[in-house]
Write a protein that binds this ligand. Structure first.
Ligand code: IPD
Ligand code: CA
Ligand code: CA
Length: 287
């Protein structure tokens, strides 16, 4: 089975033309994103199997040769196909262009896992139009799992539709979270929240890739995820996957997630209010 579906084409009316133009860009972008993610995945696999050269961005914030090679490959595809679009990518920053289209790219999400030889990491690519998340591709490189979504079209894993779980209560939920890179210095280290939620549910995982945490919620493998102080490229694609899989995505305060939001709660929807309540309790306790 192909990993993406082909859209039907029919003769458009005049009113439909702008919508058709939009859909056509989005479809082309979708194919470019899928190809870019698969190519980046090949590069990452090659580097992973060969061994690594690690540099430090911070005391525990790593960057490898592979992050850079993967990003070069993704950006070459995107900028080759859409030279006018804006791009925000982790290793090279934001391009200075005026366009309603913004690509948000994490060429290797899960660098710490990667650098330690733990085979759980992903490529994450999102496309926003006027601040709205329009398409998402997250590629789990070592499991060869390709998660995709287009707004309004549902979410897919290797071409098959995925849905969030139906777990009704937090007490029966399996959650996942992550901890910020500045946790050695900052009191906002998510440990209070981690303990509070650990005592309320079946378990809390720490996988080490925000993109895969979100993809796992979308695929109904986990019931909920929260994390603070991420970067937009960690979660832009994953957030759309969860929404399109029927889940709910907000900030930890319960507000809509901004286009380039960095603090997130994403669940199956059913446990969302309970999860937000526990986080609010932690905030209140910290004063
Ligand atoms: C990290 C991962 C991790 C999350 C960190 C992110 P990176 O991204 O998504 O799960 O806890 O906050 O920075 O550095 O591996 O691209
Ligand atoms: Ca990341
Ligand atoms: Ca990264």
């Amino acid at each position: 089975m192909e990993r993406w579906e082909v859209w039907e084409s029919a003769t458009p009316s005049e009113e439909e033309l702008p919508m058709r133009a939009f859909a056509s860009i989005r479809n082309q972008a979708y194919r470019v994103a899928v190809e870019a993610a698969l190519e980046a995945g090949r590069i990452l696999r090659w580097h992973f199997q060969r061994g690594l050269e690690i540099r430090y961005k911070g005391e525990i914030d790593l960057v490898t040769e592979a992050d850079l090679a993967s990003e070069r490959a993704v950006l070459a595809r995107i900028q080759g196909a859409f030279p006018d679009h804006r791009v925000l990518a982790e290793e090279s920053g934001e391009t200075d262009r005026d366009s309603p289209w913004l690509w948000v790219v994490d060429p290797l999400d899960g660098t710490t896992n990667f650098a330690h030889g733990f085979p759980v990491f992903a490529v994450s690519i999102a496309l926003l139009h006027e601040g709205q998340r329009e398409l998402a591709v997250v590629y789990d490189v070592m499991r060869d799992e390709l998660f995709t979504a287009r707004r309004g079209e549902g979410a897919f894993l290797n071409g098959r539709p995925i849905r969030v779980t139906r777990t009704p209560r937090l007490e029966a939920a399996l959650l996942v979270t992550g901890f910020p890179y500045d946790r050695r210095e900052s009191p906002m280290d998510n440990t209070r929240e981690f303990i509070a939620l650990l005592k309320r549910c079946h378990g809390v995982l720490r996988v080490g890739s925000a993109a895969l945490d979100l993809a796992s919620v979308a695929a109904g493998r986990l019931d909920g995820y929260w994390e603070f102080q991420l970067s937009p490229w960690d979660l832009a694609a994953g957030a759309l996957l969860v929404e399109e899989a029927g889940g709910r995505v907000t900030t930890p305060l319960g507000d809509p997630l901004p286009p380039l939001g960095t603090d997130i709660v994403a669940t199956n929807g059913l446990i969302h209010a309970e999860l937000l309540e526990v986080l609010a309790g932690c905030r209140a306790a910290m004063g």
